[in-house]
Design a protein around this ligand. Sequence first.
Ligand code: FAD
Ligand code: SF4
Length: 410
Amino acid sequence: MSFVDKIKYGEKAEQDFNIRTAMEEATRCLLCEDAPCSKGCPAGTNPGKFIRSIRLRNFKGAAETIRENNILGGCCSLVCPYGNLCEKECARCGIDEPIKIGKLQKFAIDHEKESGMKILKAPEKKIGKKVACIGSGPASLACATELALAGIDVTIFEQFDQPGGVLTYGITPSRLPQEVIDHDIQQVKDLGIEFKMNTRIDGKDGVEKLLKEFDSVFVGVGLWDASVPQIKGIDAKGVYTAQEFLKNARENNGNIELGNDILVIGGGDVAMDCASTSKQLGAKNVAIVYRRTIEEAPAYYEEIRYIQNMGVPMITRFAPEEILTDSDGKVEKMLFKSWDNVSELSMKADTVVFAIGQKASDDYANINLPDGVFANGDLVNGGLTVVQAVADGKKSALDIMNYLGVKEAK
Ligand SMILES: Cc1cc2nc3c(=O)[nH]c(=O)nc-3n(C[C@H](O)[C@H](O)[C@H](O)COP(=O)(O)OP(=O)(O)OC[C@H]3O[C@@H](n4cnc5c(N)ncnc54)[C@H](O)[C@@H]3O)c2cc1C
Ligand code: SF4
């Protein structure tokens, strides 16, 4: 049995650095003058600078650099695909292996928390402008932070009862514990930003209403509708979209009824998350079925490896054909057809999870935004990463300040 087999839902998969291991790792840093690692971060978190601080045992300075540049520094330290970003650019790649930038970032943010630092402060005097942010995911949180730091009154409107978007309702807690999300979001709340929860803003009509009360509006609603194939049996009990499944698991602290046989359909990171979550929830047999080849799967290589280490098979080149149910309308089996229409596959299933793509809700898809309204994050970029959403939110904050004729906070 491998190590990852033993992880239960909500248990942490990775050990954090302590002072000794963090110092050892920071000592490997070449202190490159041009810091290619820093150029690899879309949000400008500036690892070159914060690793230099850690190396000089200035943990406070390291935390300041991270928090000032990236309001979700804690979350990003755990969920960023570093291998494709900062660590890919690290000069040590050409020598042995890249500096573990994410783990050093987590170490600095832990120091911020443990020593009770309050790095960001909104100006006491407000400048008399009001902005509404729709959604409380990474894009809105980053946008709201920049605006609040410039003295703007910000209100966030969120449809669910907890803030964080995919951080809170999507990413599995073994990779992103709730206390890390809470600590990052507390930094946003401490800037005096108002959160209006359980408040859905309906597309263009809702945005126009907000514009009567606010000087500008940011739309960061992400992609919360799912693509599902219109096959026979799709409405059966026990069939979920990835969003429904992960949100349900998170809201119930992992206490959900799954059965023994779980099928996850898809080949992206979200499918991998659904499969690992099913395993951590105790399902005996979990399998992924994907319609293309492993090489074509959009999931990061590390994620596929992780899942394989858990003992989850990935069956490729089979597409969903039909869902068969018992007399209560509950899923019992699923049928697939091979890519060349020659072979058929029948698999037993107590739960089926479709993770084949997210899309914008109908009221935000192709929305024509009125003057003074700015959109960004997954809704605009089509669904990328947390750190990209932070970068997008920061960019929109600048656009909004420009629109309002407000200077950026120094
Ligand atoms: C399962 C899953 C796992 C992922 N894993 C990773 C990962 O490991 N690393 C990584 O970097 N990225 C990951 N991503 C991608 C990343 O989470 C997203 O790119 C990022 O969250 C996008 O941020 P956002 O603010 O644009 O949208 P979201 O995070 O989707 O936030 C949008 C918010 O708007 C709210 N909202 C929607 N409609 C309305 C409305 N009409 N009115 C009010 N509120 C509304 C939603 O409830 C939500 O809170 C993952 C995505 C998924 C789905
Ligand atoms: S590129 Fe790598 S070695 Fe150079 S400063 Fe950044 S982390 Fe250090």
